[in-house]
Write a protein that binds this ligand. Structure first.
Ligand code: ZL4
Ligand code: CA
Ligand code: ZN
Length: 393
C-alpha cells in the first residue's frame, strides 16, 4: 500500500539508465556515479515511480552528440583507450589532448558509453517536454555543465545540458537556464554566449584563484559589444562560503522573479547540482535540503515546461536525499511523503546520521562560517536588476 498517486492535470517523466552507475572515475575521485543508484532506490522506496512516467534512457547517438560537440573531439572520446597506466609521477602534467586523462577528467573503462547515456537521458527529457507529453522532465544523470565544444573539463566530457537546450530551442523562442551547482556553469554560458534566445543564470562560489573554474564574476554578463545579441544575457551570482537557506532563497527568488518578468522564457532548464548542500566534500555552502529544494519548488510554481538536471554532489547520501525530495516536489507529494526514510531502502543504515533515525531532509556535515553579508547580496540583486533593463521589449 502506498499513498502516492499521479498528479492530476500534469505529467512528470523520469529519465534514467542503471548502466550509468557501473562506471567508475577512480577509487578516490570525488565523482561517484553510484549516487544515481542511491537516488533511484530512495525514489522507488517512497513509491514515487507510481506518480510519474519512468523511462530507461537510451544512449545519445554520434549525430546527437555532434549537434554541439566537435566531431574530432567525439571521435577521440569514442576511440581513446582507458588510462594506460597510473598517472606518471615524474610528469604529473602531461600534454593532455582535449584535457582528457588528467586527475579531473580521467580516461576510464566505458567512458564513451557513460557520456552517451548521460546525454541520451537529457535529450529524452527535453524531447518529452517538446512533445508536450511531460510538464516536468527529470534527468539526474545529466547536468554536466563544464564540458566545452571540444574539451573535457571539471568531471564533464559531454555537455548534456547544451544538447537538451538545443532541442528546447526548436519549439521555444527563449529558454532560461538556471544553475544552482556550487560551481560556475561556464560550459553552458559559453555555448550560448552570443544568442539572446538563452539566458543563463548561475549561482556559485566565486574565488577566482582558489575555486574551480574561476569564472563567473558579477560583472560578466555576456559579450561586451552592444551589437552582439548575447549582451546582458549571462547572469552571474558570485557567493562566498557558508551561505544559508534563508539568504539563498531570498536571492534566488528576487533574481529569478525579475529574470522571468523581463526575459519571458518559454521553458526552464534547471541544473540542480547538489554540491551546494551543507556537508559536501567539495562545496562549502550551508544549504539544507529545504533551501536547495525551494529553488525547484519556486521554478515549478512558475508553471512553465521544466527540465531538472543533476550535476555535482559529492556526499552521496545527501545527494540522494536532495534529488529524491526534489522528485517529490515535481510530482507534488513533498508534503505527504513520510520524512522517515522507508525501511525497504537498500543501504538504509548508510543514511543514518549518528545513529539517529534516517529522514529525507537530514543533512550531515559541520556548518561552515557564513562569509556572505546582506549588503553584498543586496548589491548583487541591484546589479542584476540594472542588467535586466537591457533585456526584453
Ligand atoms: C580529484 O582525490 O580545481 C581527482 C579532483 C582525483 C584522486 C587522486 C588524485 C589526487 C579533488 C578533485 C590529485 C587530485 C588533484 N582524485 C586535483 C585545478 C585542479 C587540478 C586537479 O560539480 N586537482 C583543478 C574540478 C576541480 C580543479 C571541479 C566540479 C564539477 C561540477 C559538475 C569540478 N578542479 C585542482 C585539483 C582526487 C580528487 C580530489 C577536485 N577537482 C576538486 N575540485 C576539482 O561542477 C559535475
Ligand atoms: Ca552554479
Ligand atoms: Zn559542482
Amino acid at each position: 500500500e502506498h499513498g502516492i498517486t499521479k498528479p492530476k492535470g500534469y505529467n512528470v517523466s523520469f529519465h534514467y539508465n542503471p548502466e550509468m552507475e557501473k562506471h567508475h572515475f577512480g577509487m578516490t575521485h570525488p565523482m561517484k556515479p553510484w549516487r544515481l543508484t542511491l537516488t533511484k532506490s530512495l525514489v522507488s522506496a517512497y513509491g514515487m515511480n507510481f506518480a510519474m512516467d519512468n523511462y530507461t534512457a537510451r544512449a545519445a547517438t554520434y549525430e546527437e552528440l555532434t549537434a554541439f560537440h566537435a566531431s574530432d573531439y567525439v571521435d577521440h572520446l569514442a576511440t581513446v583507450a582507458p588510462q594506460p597506466q597510473p598517472l606518471d609521477v615524474e610528469n604529473p602534467n602531461p600534454d593532455l589532448k582535449y584535457n582528457l586523462g588528467g586527475s579531473d577528467c580521467p580516461l576510464f573503462e566505458g567512458l564513451y558509453n557513460y557520456c552517451s547515456l548521460s546525454g541520451g537521458a537529457s535529450l529524452d527529457a527535453a524531447r518529452k517536454l517538446c512533445a508536450n507529453q511531460s510538464d516536468i522532465a527529470i534527468a539526474w544523470g545529466g547536468g554536466l555543465h563544464h564540458a566545452k565544444k571540444a574539451e573535457a573539463s571539471g568531471f564533464c566530457y559531454i555537455n548534456d545540458i547544451v544538447l537538451a537546450i538545443l532541442q528546447l530551442l526548436r519549439i521555444h523562442a527563449r529558454v532560461l537556464y538556471i544553475d544552482i551547482d556550487v560551481h560556475h556553469g561556464d560550459g553552458v554560458e559559453e555555448a550560448f554566449f552570443s544568442t539572446d534566445r538563452v539566458m543563463t543564470v548561475s549561482f556559485h562560489k566565486y574565488d577566482p584563484l582558489n575555486f574551480f573554474p574561476g569564472t563567473g564574476a558579477l560583472e560578466d554578463n555576456g559579450p561586451k559589444s552592444e551589437h552582439n545579441p548575447g549582451a546582458h544575457h549571462a547572469i552571474n551570482v558570485p557567493l562566498n562560503d557558508g551561505i544559508t537557506d534563508e539568504q539563498y532563497k531570498w536571492l534566488f527568488e528576487s533574481i529569478i522573479t525579475r529574470v522571468v518578468e523581463k526575459f519571458r522564457p518559454g521553458a526552464i532548464a534547471l541544473q540542480c547540482g547538489a554540491d551546494s548542500l551543507a556537508g559536501d566534500r567539495l562545496g562549502k555552502f550551508n544549504l539544507l535540503v529545504q533551501g536547495h529544494s525551494s529553488c525547484v519548488e519556486f521554478c515549478k510554481k512558475l508553471g512553465l515546461p521544466l527540465i531538472l538536471f543533476g550535476g555535482g554532489g559529492y556526499t552521496p547520501k545527501n545527494v540522494a536525499r536532495a534529488w529524491a525530495y526534489e522528485t517529490a516536489i515535481a510530482i507534488g507529494h513533498q508534503d505527504d511523503i513520510p520524512s522517515q526514510i522507508p525501511i525497504h531502502t537498500p543501504w538504509r543504515d548508510r543514511f543514518k546520521i549518528d545513529s539517529l533515525l534516517p529522514t529525507i531532509q537530514q543533512i550531515l556535515g559541520e556548518p561552515r562560517q557564513n562569509r556572505n553579508t546582506q549588503k553584498k547580496l543586496t548589491e548583487i540583486v541591484q546589479h542584476v536588476t540594472e542588467q535586466l533593463r537591457f533585456v526584453g521589449a
